[in-house]
Design a protein around this ligand. Structure first.
Ligand code: GLV
Ligand code: MN
Ligand code: MN
Length: 414
């Protein structure tokens, strides 16, 4: 028979992965034309799988497969369909496409369950365009912060305007929110994005917690000037100051004993000319740790350090937290069902934490959450070499299908 679901999944991963801002590098950013084309394709796949499908008020792709009676509460599956820049094809789409293949399989067999199955393709999980992240899942969880509608992308386009261009009404975002009673649970399959399952020689694993994260935007203002005339001692070079901050952040995280990770992934220097001293620089910071207390202390310490650097260099500092998520535990009763499905497919049950962020961090506000990780080659992610073997994609699908078919809503004893 071969890995039939796996083959369908890999084919669709390739098709969706070709929908990009540029052909050479996969980039599919929230509310762009390619994001819209991807949404339309996902809607058509959901319909082929026997689901009713629509785009919600923030651009999430929503599909519903009715249970044995219409209108029953649902098991919600999902993941995101936006990407980082120069992304891999699997981060987000694997979970979404696998869920659609599983429902397609139920549909082909005419199988109805005593609950609905819904799939949500979240529109923004990566947060590349507007600094704030999890915009799709926050809208579904009813925790979308309307103040971010005014946030501007790097070209100065406000989110409100981008929604209108996509064909959505920014005034209606509240309509995307779902009530807790409509969901029995939220389960997400995702590539691991790390090397642990590969080292364990296992195709799948059960997630224990999703680590919290803080993102900041830092702006340093000095004084622009002539590169040939201003003596070094008299300069207020914002880019040299940012460089010192970046190295200090790396050093702080590198010497931490508790697994803290910190990244400066974006920097912009103004006015940006070879012969002009940079007067204004902005950069981002992403800080993560498995414990919230550890992360919060680290963020406070890092901000103090960059304040000192800015003060010594006579630079004006502005540091704003643009995103913050606490560490989210997966629900024990639901984790047990994921573990049973893995064991039922004949694999050893192995638990691991997620260092990456996921939509479950927002969905926790309206549902218990669990995650199933699928092995990825070399632990490479947020990189075009991201890769999942077809056999592993198939195992992921079979485990997810078994989980869906055997799913039992939370019992009083759970
Ligand atoms: C999302 O991929 C994140 O963890 O930043
Ligand atoms: Mn990602
Ligand atoms: Mn992801």
């Amino acid at each position: 028979m071969g890995p039939l679901l796996g083959q369908e999944i890999v084919r669709r991963i390739e098709t969706l992965g070709a929908i990009s801002e540029t052909p050479a590098h996969l980039t599919r950013i929230f509310l762009t034309p390619e994001h819209r084309a991807a949404a339309d394709l996902l809607l058509s796949w959901m319909q082929d799988a026997g689901m009713r499908a629509h785009l919600d008020a923030i651009g999430n792709v929503c599909g519903r497969y009715e249970g044995d009676r219409p209108g029953l509460p649902c098991l919600m599956l999902g993941s995101h369909y936006d990407t980082v820049r120069d992304a891999g094809k699997w981060d987000g789409p694997l979970g979404l496409i696998t869920a659609i293949s599983c429902v397609g399989d139920l549909h082909r067999r005419g199988q109805r369950l005593p609950f609905g199955v819904e799939i949500t393709g979240f529109a923004d999980e990566e947060g590349v365009r507007f600094a704030s992240t999890l915009l799709g899942s926050r809208a579904v969880a009813g925790t979308f912060d309307e103040s971010v509608l005014g946030a501007k992308d790097r070209s100065g386009i406000p989110m409100r305007e981008a929604l209108l261009r996509f064909g959505l009404d920014p005034e209606r975002i509240g309509a995307a929110a779902r009530a807790r009673g409509e969901l029995l649970a939220y389960v997400e399959l995702h590539i691991e994005q790390g090397p642990v399952l590969e080292a364990q020689d296992l195709p799948v694993g059960v997630v224990t917690v999703i680590s919290g994260a803080t993102r900041l935007t830092v702006s340093l203002t000095g004084m622009a000037g002539h590169a040939g005339t201003v003596p070094m001692a008299l300069r207020r070079d914002a880019l040299a100051g940012a460089a010192e901050c970046i190295v200090a952040i790396e050093e702080f995280c590198r010497t931490d004993q508790g697994g803290l990770v910190g990244t400066v992934g974006y920097i912009n220097a103004m006015p940006g000319a070879t012969n002009v001293i940079p007067g204004q620089v902005s950069f981002t910071i992403d800080i993560r740790a498995a414990s919230d207390a550890h992360r919060n202390l680290a963020v406070a310490d890092i901000v103090r350090r960059i304040e000192n650097i800015a003060g010594r260099r006579r630079l004006l500092l502005q540091a704003d937290v643009t995103h913050e998520n606490r560490t989210v535990p997966c629900a024990p009763w639901l984790k047990r069902q994921v573990a049973d499905a893995i064991a039922g497919e004949g694999y050893r049950v192995f638990e691991l934490p997620s260092g990456a962020g996921h939509d479950g961090m927002a969905m926790i506000d309206i549902a218990d959450v669990a995650m199933l990780f699928v092995r990825c080659r070399g632990g490479i992610s947020h990189h075009p070499d991201e890769y999942v073997d077809v056999a592993d994609a198939d195992v992921g699908a079979r485990v997810l299908l078994r989980l869906i078919e055997n799913f039992r809503p939370r019992q009083p004893a759970d």
